[in-house]
Write a protein that binds this ligand. Structure first.
Ligand SMILES: *Cc1c(COP(=O)(O)O)cnc(C)c1O
Length: 585
């Protein structure tokens, strides 16, 4: 298979959303991984994807009328959508041999290039009953389960690539640190028959030249860290001795972010600001920034696909041409958006029974329900909101998002939205879509009129759903965090909530209400052509840039096959002065 022999890069991610039929993703990280691989396929990049099969998915969210969440397994059948592969690799975990097989999914690029994605699976009769469950639940189980999963992804993944004949792969991109145990497999390849405990700095350096790490969160509590005793029990003393040669294990913990940082030659955050925040968190390592994007064709609604195909035929092959949306007439933009809005409303009516009015403004907010995303900020002052509705015109709100089963605060947020919806019932229709997923993501980001985002700064590393909206001519009303710091041009691509300085939550709430009543609602109802200009600029300015075609090109130029020293363009003060770099060039 030529693809297999030619592949140079492996992209590892605990979740990859390749297809609506495969529920093996939780949210933004998985969607981004899928979008990255789709653009790699479009661009003909010699890359493969590696993930776990997650036979029970993340979970299916059930909400009762008060917004109380319960979870059910999202059982699906790999054999109905994936192709089983022959090789079986074995690794030792806690002294037991665990056998791993892979399923393959092909992503078809627009010019005919195909990118394989390998879904690793331990549900084999040869394995013990516990080992068979190790690839069932995404982000499930206890720390023991998680270390086993991460060993299967990282170590099992590299072994599987070699068993499949991918000998030419010498770039390993860790999308988040869940896969960073792959470093152990690369060290093992390097030392051959020597014991892993004998690795030297030269061995680590050779591995470092092959590794790229993308960090996705500035929330230190979210970093994967495990007691060293647990790591030793599962991985064995030799592997842990090798880990201890790196800087991964300070304070008696195996920290997988430290491991990835220490053993990668290129590390980046996922937006300009996130790069800077990460650089402050990890001052010892140069941290770069490559701002996230979305796969344009995947996230453009059918009505806009049809419009772009007609007016900008090059857009699928070269997303930069979306810039030419600036030449599309405002009427066409409005009509096309209305078609996307109707598609969403029809699906909402079917699923939820709710009837929204297509002539009044709809705000959308959907993403993982977790505290820092502050889904309830809009409902801080219900009386003020009712007053805005009476004076400046009607609006409706659509919500969606799952909370991780152990994220109690996230679950409380969902209940709060339901409480607010009940309290506002007579004046402002608010609905919460159950089981938010890619299918709903496509409908909502394209079908609402304004995309709302109110994270607690600076915790939104990037955020991507506002980028999906931009492609569909839906402007954002958002806190200046993550990608919006770069994408926001006031009154041109959307509107800010609060300022770029540290602002108190009360000030952000006031700003949100002020913008709604003074700017957004008046523009929507009284100056709809001016509103349509904002819609059009969102596509032309932001759709043309915040896409994964640009992101993949940046990884190729800066991380996979860079020309210059690895710390060029790093965000540390040291390289900002760039004395040394100039000398080195
Ligand atoms: C795009 C997407 C996300 C990520 O949204 P953010 O704005 O990055 O938080 C999460 N879930 C689904 C289903 C998505 O499509």
């Amino acid at each position: 298979m030529t693809e297999e022999r030619n592949a140079r890069i492996a992209y590892f991610s605990m979740e990859i959303a390749v297809d609506e039929r495969i529920p093996s993703y939780a949210g933004g990280l998985g969607v981004l991984s899928g979008d990255m691989l789709r653009s790699n396929a479009d661009l003909g990049i010699p890359i493969v994807g590696v993930t776990l099969v997650h036979r029970q998915g993340y979970f299916r969210q059930i909400l009762d009328s008060k917004g109380k969440q319960t979870e059910k397994p999202e059982d699906w059948h790999p054999e109905s959508v994936l192709e089983p592969l022959q090789p079986i690799v074995s690794l030792a975990l806690n002294g037991n041999t665990v056998k791993v097989r892979a399923w393959r999914y092909w992503i078809d690029g627009i010019m005919g290039h195909k990118v394989p994605v390998y879904f690793l699976d331990t549900d084999l009769p040869e394995n013990g009953s516990f080992e068979r469950t190790l690839t069932n639940n995404l982000y499930g189980g206890d720390p023991y389960y998680r270390v086993c999963q991460e060993a299967i992804l990282g170590i099992g993944g590299v072994m599987m690539l070699r068993a499949l004949g991918h000998d030419g792969i010498n770039r390993f991109h860790m999308n988040e640190c869940h896969s960073s145990l792959l470093i152990l497999a690369l060290l093992q390849e390097r030392v051959g028959n020597r014991t892993l405990a004998s690795v030297t700095e030269a061995d680590i350096e050779s591995v470092r030249q092959q590794c790229i790490f993308t960090t996705h969160t500035p929330v230190a509590a979210a970093f994967d860290e495990f007691p060293i005793e647990l790591a030793t029990k599962i991985l064995g003393a030799d592997r842990v001795a090798a880990l201890e040669q790196t800087n991964c294990c300070p304070r008696g913990k195996m920290n997988l972010v430290s491991l990835a940082l220490d053993c990668s030659h290129y590390t980046n955050g996922v937006a300009m600001q996130h790069g800077k925040v990460s650089q402050q968190m990890f001052p010892k390592y140069p941290i770069h920034a490559i701002t996230n994007g979305v796969h344009a064709a995947t996230w453009t609604s059918p009505p806009f696909q049809e419009l772009f195909d007609r007016r900008i035929p090059e857009w699928r092959r070269d997303n930069l041409y979306l810039r030419h949306a600036i030449g599309i007439g405002l009427d066409e933009i409005q009509e096309t958006h209305l078609a996307a809005k109707r598609l969403m409303l029809a699906e909402i009516k079917r699923a939820n029974g709710a009837k929204f009015n297509e002539t009044s403004m709809i705000l959308g907010f959907a993403r993982r329900a977790t505290a820092y995303k502050r889904a309830d900020l809009l409902f801080s002052d219900l009386d003020r909101l009712r007053a805005i509705r009476q004076r400046y015109g009607p609006f409706q709100v659509v919500y969606g998002g799952k909370a991780h089963p152990s994220d109690k605060e996230g679950q409380v947020l969902i209940r709060k939205i339901h409480e607010a919806a009940a309290a506002l019932k007579k004046t402002i229709p608010v609905i919460y879509i159950e089981n938010y997923d890619m299918h709903w993501g496509k409908l909502l980001t394209a079908g609402v009129d304004v995309w709302l985002n109110t994270p607690h700064r600076p915790y939104e590393a990037s955020g991507t759903s506002g980028m999906k909206s931009a492609l569909n001519g839906v402007p954002s009303l958002s806190v200046l965090d993550g990608w919006w710091v770069e994408g926001h041009l006031e009154g041109v691509t959307g509107w800010s909530v609060g300022t770029n300085e540290d602002s108190a939550p009360e000030a952000e709430v006031a700003s949100l209400y002020d913008k709604l009543e003074r700017v957004v609602l008046p523009l929507y109802y009284a100056r709809s052509r001016a509103f349509a200009e904002v819609m059009r600029s969102s596509i032309a300015l932001n759709g043309s840039f915040f896409n994964t075609q640009r992101v993949v090109s940046q990884y190729v130029m800066n991380a996979y096959f860079p020309k210059f020293g690895s710390d060029q363009g790093a965000l540390s003060d040291k390289s900002a002065d760039s004395e040394e770099l100039v000398g080195r060039k």
